[in-house]
Design a protein around this ligand. Sequence first.
Ligand code: FSO
Ligand code: SF4
Length: 517
Amino acid sequence: MFCFQCEQTAGGKGCTGAAGVCGKKADTSNYQDELTGALIALANAAQKAQPTAQTHRVIIEGLFTTITNVSFDNASIKRQIENIEKEKAQFGSAFSANYDMNRLWNDNEDIRSLKSLILFGIRGMAAYAYHAQVLGYNDEEVNGFFYTALRAIGEDLNADALLPLVLETGKVNLKCMALLDQANTETYGTPVPTKVPLTIEKGPFIVISGHDLYDLHLLLEQTKDKGINIYTHGEMLPAHAYPKLKAYAHLKGNFGTAWQNQQKEFDGIPGAVLFTTNCLMPTKPSYHDRVFTTEVVAYPEMVHIDDNKDFTPAISKALELGGYAEDRRMTGINGGDTLTTGFARGTVLSVADKVIDAVKAGAIKHFFLVGGCDGAKVGRNYYTEFVQKTPKDTVILTLACGKFRFNDLDIGEIGGLPRIMDMGQCNDAYSAIQVASALAGAFECDINQLPLSLVLSWYEQKAVCILLTLLSLGIKNIYLGPTLPAFISPNVLNILVENFNISPVSTPDADLKKILG
Ligand code: FSO
Ligand code: SF4
């Protein structure tokens, strides 16, 4: 196996040998490569034909499956490869041979780096396209780009040809995040600021993790009047802010913190856990029997809820386990009892005048977007410390699961608004971009001239596509950590530094000093 797509890759270089750091076994990794090679062939075969909605679906599901911490299950990956072959066969004479991913892994390091940015970027984007699709939202440009990008990975292209495609990946991902934003808000309403308790009430409960609001909605419907409470986990936290989801009284609160703590937090949990997307970690025996997967998430011998979305197995398990005997007070990383979410573009833009006045009056000196993924590295304390050290006249916008490092902190308010504002999931980077564009418009300047700094944390491939989106918008001076991706070669890094002045995070004090002068 060879895999270097995530931040925790072995030795900061690549996972090889029997298994990856994430627990993905060598044979699973090889099947995922085979799947990707088959997708490239399908994209080639479909070039002169008319791909159907089913072809799009097969491509999107295939890419989504290979994201870190999504699938550990060879059987389901093999089924997907068969589906790709079937789809390809339909295009008859346009048959093309499957691409051997080792050609990519053994390529010149700059070509490999640029193609990896494209491949990992479209993997992340595919997850967003998937969530939009299940709500009935599709975009031809987004769908079409998956084929273009896959074909490019299989072709002999030089750096000059690949570089524009890297930025194009980011540009199309902006469209994809906009599509998902539209799907989520038109279906479930505009998020409103919402306080989310961390206490788990006594009685049966189900914890739902991941990004898919549609799955949460179906689960809420199937569990109402059953005496089961529902708690979000990880990236599902922002769901509490959507009016149509919030309306369910049994959507009670949030369980635990970010993904990398799940083996500890789910240890012996007396409730069921449903994973709708990443980030699933290998389970421990104390809770293996109560974890359920759906969509493309899969784990050997774990009950998978298929497309008919009958959550009965998880519901029965929750009832059987019965939950805690008494209400259980849980806290965030820093001891806080509640988390606040729901500061997506709708809310922030509705108070834009107030925010602009506060900036003009000097009450708000600077905005930070401290967002992205969490992970296990010790160095990630940087983000907690950074937030704690920001001056009182600054505002922290945040999104994705990295915020669990600091979202239970009370660092005060400015003009009636909390200083930490959670904009939502990673895909809600779209909201942050909309807010930044609106501020730039109000101040008649470029986004780069705003008193705004982006301090980002990455872990998996969704962070890759979002980073590419920010670069495609010409956003400069991004701080990225906890370490730079292994798949960025020194030459490609030079390009990023020269054109975008991207820099690795150093220490909170040094970076704050640099930013605030
Ligand atoms: Fe995993 Fe976290 Fe949202 Fe990342 S839960 S690590 S950018 O935030 O993607 O899925
Ligand atoms: Fe290693 Fe990350 Fe790949 Fe898992 S996803 S095998 S940890 S690089």
